[in-house]
Write a protein that binds this ligand. Structure first.
Ligand code: FE2
Ligand code: FE2
Length: 343
């Protein structure tokens, strides 16, 4: 990570403007010193009202702010900022996961990343780096105009790569899920528009993991309840990233709903049955199937038959029963192609 970050040093053309709002001056001092080393101009505010005025008058790339502050909490500040700036990359911090903002709030306020304060500020630096890449690519795309779809896809790929740099599984898994989804969508005779939407959404379904701290994302021991709650933010963060671009706005609801279950026990919204977008129900099946049959650090590769049996257990609980029956038929009829993908 440090090498990547150091590449930015001394590249004065690409100075990143970061504004931090926190009532803890010590935290801001440490962050300022750390971030300045990475080609960032850092401006700190303890007082939210003047910070908002500053954000109105000058363009910033990233806003880092504390969730619990007085007299105005971080969520209210973000609400006010979003009224005039939809593009600024927002990282919300809190002192403890128990005090983390709710899923609904993250979604409503279009927050891209969350950081639980700890002495390990290098994790926050990683989140800032993700934000910098996001802004750089967004700016490039804006300048280009033509070939917008292709460049947006590339930009999102770069974001995905920043996750892959720390979590290789996500990259390979995303590619496989995208390939399986496209094949299944064609099998279902979906139109070109839906096939394309499924291809993009399945490739980037876990992109929201960019906003999950490493100590949780890469933890090998079982997660605590609050850590799992943080992981559960990834569909919202991913949807927020995609909803900020006009061209890929339609992808956001699919990414948002990829962990919903037809019995209503999924997340983030607990949607039931047909309330879950059709393409998200397809993505959920392909995502789960790949997770079951592919090799993971803690388990061996499993047979397609085993995958099918496991999917059957989730009929009308996690999965749409009608779609699962079609998916099982599809797997049986395309065994060779699927085996090549999950190999
Ligand atoms: Fe996911
Ligand atoms: Fe996944």
């Amino acid at each position: 990570m440090k090498d990547n970050l150091d590449n930015n040093v001394n590249n004065k053309e690409n100075i990143n403007k970061i504004l931090i709002i926190d009532d803890d001056v010590d935290v801001m001092d440490i962050l300022s010193v750390m971030l300045k080393k990475y080609n960032c101009d850092v401006y700190t505010f303890t007082e939210p009202v003047s910070a908002i005025e500053e954000l109105k008058s000058n363009k910033y790339d990233i806003l880092i702010l504390n969730f619990l502050m007085s007299p105005v909490n971080g969520d209210r500040i973000v609400e006010l900022v979003r009224e005039f700036d939809k593009e600024i990359y927002i990282i919300l911090m809190s002192t403890h996961n128990d005090l983390a903002p709710s899923i609904e709030l993250m979604q409503k306020l279009d927050i891209q990343a969350y950081f639980e304060k700890s002495p390990r500020f290098d994790e926050l630096i990683m989140l800032v780096q993700g934000g910098i890449k996001y802004k750089q690519q967004l700016n490039k795309i804006k300048d280009m105009g033509l070939q917008l779809d292709k460049y947006l896809f590339d930009f999102a790929k770069i974001l995905l790569n920043t996750i892959s740099a720390k979590d290789h599984y996500t990259e390979e898994h995303s590619e496989r899920v995208s390939k399986i989804s496209v094949l299944f969508a064609k099998y279902l005779n979906l139109d070109e528009k839906d096939i394309e939407a499924l291809k993009v959404s399945s490739f980037f379904h876990d992109i929201g993991k960019i906003g999950i701290p490493d100590n949780i994302l890469l933890k090998e021991e079982p997660l605590t309840v609050s850590e799992y709650d943080t992981i559960k933010l990834h569909p919202i963060i991913g949807a927020n990233i995609f909803s900020s671009t006009d061209v890929f706005k339609h992808i956001a609801p699919i990414i948002l709903a990829h962990h919903e279950r037809v019995d209503g026990t999924g997340y983030p919204s607990g949607l039931k049955g047909n309330e879950i977008p059709y393409l998200a129900r397809i993505l959920n099946i392909c995502d789960s199937f790949d997770a079951i049959v592919s090799k993971r650090p803690y388990k061996e590769k499993m047979s397609l038959e085993y995958g099918i049996e496991q999917l059957k257990l989730g009929i009308n609980k996690q999965f749409d029963g009608e779609l699962i029956n079609k998916f099982i038929k599809f797997i049986k009829e395309n065994r060779k192609k699927i085996e090549d993908i999950v190999e």
